[in-house]
Each structure stands twice: as structure tokens, then as C-alpha cells.
Design a protein around this ligand. Structure first.
Ligand SMILES: *[C@@H]1O[C@H](CO)[C@@H](O)[C@H](O)[C@H]1NC(C)=O
Ligand SMILES: *[C@@H]1O[C@H](CO)[C@@H](O)[C@H](O)[C@H]1NC(C)=O
Ligand SMILES: *[C@@H]1O[C@H](CO)[C@@H](O)[C@H](O)[C@H]1NC(C)=O
Ligand SMILES: *[C@@H]1O[C@H](CO)[C@@H](O)[C@H](O)[C@H]1NC(C)=O
Ligand SMILES: *[C@@H]1O[C@H](CO)[C@@H](O)[C@H](O)[C@H]1NC(C)=O
Ligand SMILES: CC(=O)N[C@H]1CO[C@H](CO)[C@@H](O)[C@@H]1O
Length: 624
């Protein structure tokens, strides 16, 4: 077995995994649609397009189907009735395959509904701790509440995460951009425009109708006795920085009050469930709530109010694929939810425009990788390199050849960040530097001081876990899905382009031999959940929080890794997917959540299958 293969299968298992990994003898593309192998890359893109378009379609008639919104939706009827009227905006090719898709989607949505909950219930697991869910970046819908002339047509429509978004994007791009982009200097809505996060379970149960996000978890929670009185989705406007989330929406104040009320009414501490960027928001909350200048809850607030934190696909150290988006507006089609939401962006916006939009979403900048070279490696070495690897992951941005003086040399993650900041407009530079921090605190004294500095609060390498000795943290994440780790870039020759560099997407190869590395369209693939690299999901849980200064109270941290074993027939990967987003529908993940919420988390055994422990030892962060 090649190194590459072993790596994607998880290192410690020498026997073949139940469902062979995506890497099956044939070159892997970044599009993880193994179930659609017969489709070409091009078709599968079309397919995303279709889901997107169709999802929006359902949105339009959503009211009619509200009662049966989950699972079986009568797609055929919808298509006949509505597609005609929308042909002006949807490319014709999409319509053709609609029926095909309908079938796929229905199968995909149907598997296993409620079954995990029923099984847990039969084993005596029942609702105990109030559950509060904090969704990830991009998956929360954003609604327009502006009442000025330009916004009236969008009133209470979702300009993010619905057909309205697509429609606005196609019909009036300038207006859509004006709505979605925050003011460059305040990081808040521009004058006259008002976009707010959708609220309640509806905010994140489905991204677009038929495309579930949290709905499976809701089904299973309901089966063991949860309902709106003891479960709650704390949706937020992910475009905002944490600081502005509080300033504009009093988001953290509301979250605090909600958790306090939950304790008061149920007599039980809360179980917090966060996904992806939600983990960062929650981590920030823990600092905020204890701070005498901010939440005023006191150092023991978390200890008194929170039983457990389930941290799903948490990306504390950032998602590397965010950097190219900010740097050059590049978005590889990863068939993730992101690509899904962003597909329209890719289709209708030039790279420079996308770059501009991303930069005008300060919340998303919290995903910029943290820890610098100590975590991500230098030009010749990275902690997650395997022996014999030809191109180290450490050079984050590789230039094959350099033509002009403008072109930078190869860059590490740390250097890329500098490059990004020095080349970006001053307002962006200012926003990032004034609101975030990407370094490492090497001493306990430094960590303690940082409790007073809100910029450090999304970075677990510069701030600590709450002083809550009875808090339990569960880190659940997928492994074994090829994930963007570093890039080949080239200079952008296009004189129209204001972005000087771009991913060298004409470049695909495997290095072959021992230490094989896969480069797909300019992207060097490493380990992870398809979106977030293993180092980012796993490091803090496996090692970082064992370092005293980052976890002085000794909060218990349990890791459960879930290998990516997608079903071939299911567009969403089925019950054993490890994908960053689709994992929310994974059976074992649902089962674990129910156990923790039901107060039986202590029965969960740790499960390590990747080489994260080995890699973590090589990360250059040590006890004081
Ligand atoms: C990169 O880091 C490795 C491991 O610490 C070290 O051996 C190597 O000399 C470093 N290389 C450079 C170019 O700094
Ligand atoms: C940058 O990296 C590429 C591939 O890793 C290598 O071929 C090239 O020589 C490097 N360039 C410089 C200037 O180091
Ligand atoms: C859990 O959360 C922390 C902080 O949010 C993060 O460092 C860690 O990587 C997360 N991982 C998972 C998978 O839970
Ligand atoms: C270098 O410049 C030549 C001529 O201008 C161009 O054809 C080539 O694509 C450039 N190479 C890179 C890597 O930009
Ligand atoms: C592109 O390069 C020019 C010249 O070096 C520089 O002034 C400009 O800021 C760069 N633009 C971006 C977006 O990096
Ligand atoms: C986006 C954001 O939160 N920007 C803030 C960054 O920090 C400065 C200084 O505290 C604020 O003025 C910005 O609003």
C-alpha cells in the first residue's frame, strides 16, 4: 500500500478499512463524489449546480410543503409546475437532469431517519441536558430586513442560503453584493442595508430545502425527548467578527441568558454542540462570559452552567483553504457545502470580486490559520509530512518558476499571511490585525494576560480553556478525506486582474513512489475531513489542551475520530461519511451526541485512528 493510500485510510489500521477510501487506485479528484464515479468532473459540477437550483426551487414553494419539509419532498410535482417559469434564469442543462437528481436526493435524504434516536431510546438514553447548537460558517441563512427602496424586494428573503440568493446574484449582482458585503471600516452593515441571521431551528436545519445540515441531529434529539423547550439553535451572522456580533446583535448576552434560563428551568447544566466555525464562536464566548469587562459572569460561570461541549469538526487553527480565498479569490470546487453555497459566486463573480467579498466578511477571517510555522511547518518540513514525502506541506504556497520581481518566493503559512496583509488594502489589514491574532503564547503568564485581550479569544494557542474542572469536551471529527493542505501558485497574467497571483490549476500530478503526494489542479492534498486539515481539527484535542497553560483547570477532553467511508450511492455520503459537513448526518456522530446530551458521555471510549498523536508531538509547542 502506498504511503498516500495509508495516510488517507488512517495510519494505525493495517487491515483494509471497511469501505475502501476515496483513493482507489485511480487518481483522486478533489470532488469527493465517489458515489458518482461514472460522472465526469464536469458533470458533477453540473450536478451541484442542479441541487443548488433545485433547492432554491423548493424554497419558492416552501410554504406548501412545510409540513413535510423534511425527507420526502414531492420533487416531481415541483419541477413540472415551477421549472418552466424559471427557465429564464436557470441554464437549460440543469433542467434535463432534474429527474435523475430527484431520485438521488430522495434516497440520500431518507436513510436512517430517526433510527439512531430509536436505538438510543431503546437503550435507555433520554433527554437530560438542555442542548444548544451553534452552527458553522456559511450554513446559516441571512435574511434582509432593510426597508429602503433598494431592499424592499428582498424583505425577509434570504440573501444567503436560498434561491433568492441565486436569483439576486443572477439578476442584479451589484445589488446583491451591496447587501452581502459589510462596510469595510466598521465591519457592520453599510448604511441603509440590514441583513440578519435567520433564527430558530429553521436557520440551520436545511441550507436550501432538501439539503440538510442539522436536521438529522434534530430528528434524533427529538426521538429521545427534545423539543423547542430544551433544545435551541443559536444562529449568528457569521460574516461579523465576534466583537461585532455582541455589539450589533447582543449575541453573546442572549446566549448567556439562554443558557442560564435553561439551567433554571431544567435544573441541568447545558450541553453545547458546535460545528466548524461555531467552535470558535463558542470558544470566544467562554472568554467573554468570564470577563469582568464583558459578560461579567465570573470565572466559574462555565463550571456552573455548562456540562459538556461537543465540538464537531472544530477548526480552531483555521482552515487553510480560507487563505487562497482571501489571497486570490480562488475557490477550488470541493463539492463541500461551501462550494455548494459558493457555486453561484464562482459562476457569476470574477476572482477579484470574490476576493473583495471574502475580505468584507471579517467573521470569515477568523478562519485564517493560526500558529504559524510551529504548527504548519517551514519551507522544508511540516509536522504532518510523512517520511520520504517529495514536496513538504511546509511550503504552503509554491511557485514553480518565478518570472518577475513582483512574484514572491515560496511561502510558508506564516509568510503567506504576511504576504496577504502587505498586499491587501489598508482597511483589510487593519481589520485583521485589530481583531484577530494568529500567534502562540509560550508562557502561562502570557496566556493569563490574554484573557483581557479579545483579539486572542479565537486562538486556542494564545488563550486558555475556561476554569471549569467538571466541563467535558468531546472532539468529534472526520478523517481520511483528502483535504487542501498547500498550493501551487502562478503569477496572474491577466492585466484586468487586480489580484496578482492565482492557483496554478493546470497542474495535476502524483509524485509517485514512497511518500507519494497528490497534487490536483494546483492543490496539494493532505489529511483531514475534506475542508479542515487534520492538524486543525485534531491538534488541540490530542495534545494542545494537555499542555497546562492552555488548560489550567484540567478540563477533560475526549477524542472520537470517524473515518470517511462514504456510501457510493448517496450524494451526501450516507451514514458513515467523515466529510466536514455531511458528518452531521453520520449515524455514529448522532449516537454520540445523544449519549452526551442524555448524560452518558462518560461511557464513550476515545477513538484515535489517524496519526494525529504522532504529528502533534512534532508541532513545536511545548510545556513552559
Ligand atoms: C525546518 O524545521 C525543521 C524541523 O525543526 C528543521 O530541521 C529545519 O532545519 C528547518 N528548515 C528551515 C529551512 O528552517
Ligand atoms: C518552490 O517550490 C517548488 C516546488 O516545491 C520548487 O520546484 C521551486 O524550486 C521552489 N522555488 C524556490 C524559489 O525555492
Ligand atoms: C475542537 O475545538 C477546538 C477549539 O474550538 C479546536 O482546537 C479543535 O481542533 C476542535 N476539534 C474538534 C474536531 O472538535
Ligand atoms: C513566465 O513568462 C512567460 C512569458 O511572459 C509566460 O509565458 C509564462 O507563463 C510565465 N510563467 C509563469 C509561471 O508565470
Ligand atoms: C499587485 O502587485 C502590485 C505591484 O507589486 C501591488 O502594488 C498590488 O498591491 C498588488 N495587488 C494585490 C491585490 O496583491
Ligand atoms: C470587524 C471588526 O470587528 N472590526 C473591529 C476591529 O477592531 C476595531 C478596534 O477595536 C473596531 O473599531 C472594529 O470595528
Amino acid at each position: 500500500m502506498s504511503t498516500l493510500r495509508r495516510r488517507f485510510l488512517g495510519a494505525s489500521s493495517s487491515e483494509p478499512s471497511r469501505d475502501p477510501s476515496p483513493v482507489k487506485g485511480e487518481p483522486v479528484t478533489l470532488v469527493p463524489t465517489t458515489h458518482l464515479k461514472k460522472l465526469t468532473r464536469k458533470r458533477s459540477r453540473r450536478w451541484q449546480w442542479m441541487i443548488f437550483g433545485l433547492g432554491g426551487l423548493f424554497g419558492i414553494v416552501i410554504a406548501a410543503f412545510f409540513a413535510q419539509r423534511h425527507d420526502v419532498i414531492n420533487l416531481e410535482g415541483l419541477i413540472d409546475v415551477n421549472l418552466e417559469s424559471l427557465l429564464d434564469v436557470i441554464p437549460a442543462g440543469i433542467v434535463k437532469d432534474a429527474r435523475d437528481l430527484t431520485r438521488h436526493e430522495r434516497e440520500a435524504v431518507n436513510y436512517d431517519s430517526f433510527s439512531v434516536g430509536l436505538h438510543a431510546q431503546s437503550q435507555g438514553v433520554k433527554a437530560r441536558h438542555p442542548v444548544i447548537m451553534i452552527p458553522g460558517v456559511i450554513s446559516t441563512g441571512l435574511e434582509s430586513w432593510g426597508t429602503e427602496e433598494q431592499s424592499r424586494q428582498y424583505f425577509r428573503k434570504r440573501l444567503w442560503g436560498s434561491w433568492s440568493m441565486m436569483r439576486a446574484l443572477v439578476l442584479d449582482k451589484a445589488s446583491w453584493k451591496r447587501h452581502i458585503m459589510l462596510d469595510k471600516h466598521t465591519g457592520l452593515d453599510p448604511p441603509g442595508i440590514k441583513l440578519r441571521a435567520a433564527q430558530g431551528f429553521d436557520a440551520a436545519d436545511f441550507f436550501i430545502t432538501g439539503y440538510w445540515i442539522w436536521n438529522k441531529i434534530l430528528e434524533n434529539l427529538a426521538t429521545i425527548g427534545y423539543d423547542p423547550t430544551n433544545a435551541f439553535t443559536a444562529a449568528y451572522d457569521w460574516r461579523l467578527s465576534c466583537k461585532n456580533l455582541e455589539a450589533r446583535d447582543a449575541y453573546f448576552t442572549r446566549l448567556k441568558i439562554h443558557i442560564e434560563t435553561a439551567l433554571e428551568t431544567s435544573g441541568e447544566k447545558a450541553c453545547l454542540v458546535s460545528h466548524s466555525m461555531g467552535s470558535q464562536v463558542l470558544f470566544w464566548f467562554f472568554h467573554w462570559v468570564a470577563s469582568p469587562e464583558h459578560g461579567k459572569g465570573g470565572e466559574d460561570w462555565v463550571e456552573k452552567h455548562v456540562d459538556s461541549w461537543i465540538n464537531i469538526s472544530g477548526s480552531m487553527l483555521g482552515a487553510l483553504k480560507g487563505l487562497p480565498a482571501f489571497l486570490s479569490g480562488d475557490m477550488k470546487d470541493t463539492a463541500q457545502l461551501n462550494a455548494f453555497a459558493l457555486y453561484g459566486l464562482e459562476k457569476f463573480l470574477a476572482r477579484a470580486e470574490r476576493c473583495e467579498i471574502f475580505r468584507a466578511m471579517p467573521g470569515a477571517s477568523s478562519m485564517i490559520p493560526k500558529g504559524g510555522n510551529a504548527v504548519w511547518g517551514n519551507r522544508t518540513w511540516a509536522p504532518d509530512d510523512v517520511p520520504g514525502q517529495k514536496v513538504s506541506f511546509g511550503t504552503f504556497i509554491n511557485f514553480r518558476e518565478s518570472n518577475s520581481t513582483h512574484s514572491p518566493h515560496n511561502l510558508t503559512v506564516e509568510e503567506s499571511l504576511d504576504y496577504l496583509l502587505t498586499n491587501a488594502d489598508p482597511w483589510y489589514q487593519k481589520q485583521v490585525l485589530e481583531n484577530y491574532s494568529h500567534g502562540i503564547a509560550r508562557t502561562a503568564a502570557e496566556v493569563n494576560d490574554n484573557e483581557r485581550d479579545f483579539r486572542k479569544w479565537v486562538n486556542p494557542l494564545e488563550s486558555r480553556l475556561p476554569l471549569a474542572p467538571h466541563l467535558k469536551i468531546y472532539c468529534f471529527y472526520g478523517i481520511g478525506k483528502p483535504t487542501e493542505r498547500s498550493y501551487f501558485y502562478r503569477e496572474d497574467q491577466d492585466p484586468q486582474s487586480s489580484v496578482n497571483v492565482t492557483i496554478d490549476s493546470g497542474f495535476t500530478f502524483t509524485t509517485g513512489g514512497d511518500g507519494e503526494t497528490l497534487v490536483d489542479h494546483g492543490v496539494i492534498l493532505g489529511e483531514g475531513d475534506g475542508t479542515v486539515p487534520l492538524l486543525s481539527t485534531g491538534y488541540m484535542c490530542a495534545k494542545g489542551w494537555k499542555i497546562k497553560r492552555y488548560n489550567p483547570a484540567g478540563v477533560k477532553v475526549k477524542v472520537y475520530e470517524m473515518p470517511h467511508e462514504p456510501d457510493k450511492w448517496s450524494p451526501r455520503g450516507g451514514p458513515n461519511t467523515g466529510d466536514h459537513v455531511d458528518i452531521l448526518g453520520r449515524s455514529s456522530l448522532n449516537d454520540l451526541i445523544l449519549r452526551v446530551a442524555g448524560g452518558k458521555g462518560s461511557q464513550i471510549e476515545e477513538n484515535f485512528q489517524s496519526r494525529i498523536l504522532e504529528y502533534s508531538e512534532k508541532v513545536q509547542i511545548y510545556e513552559e
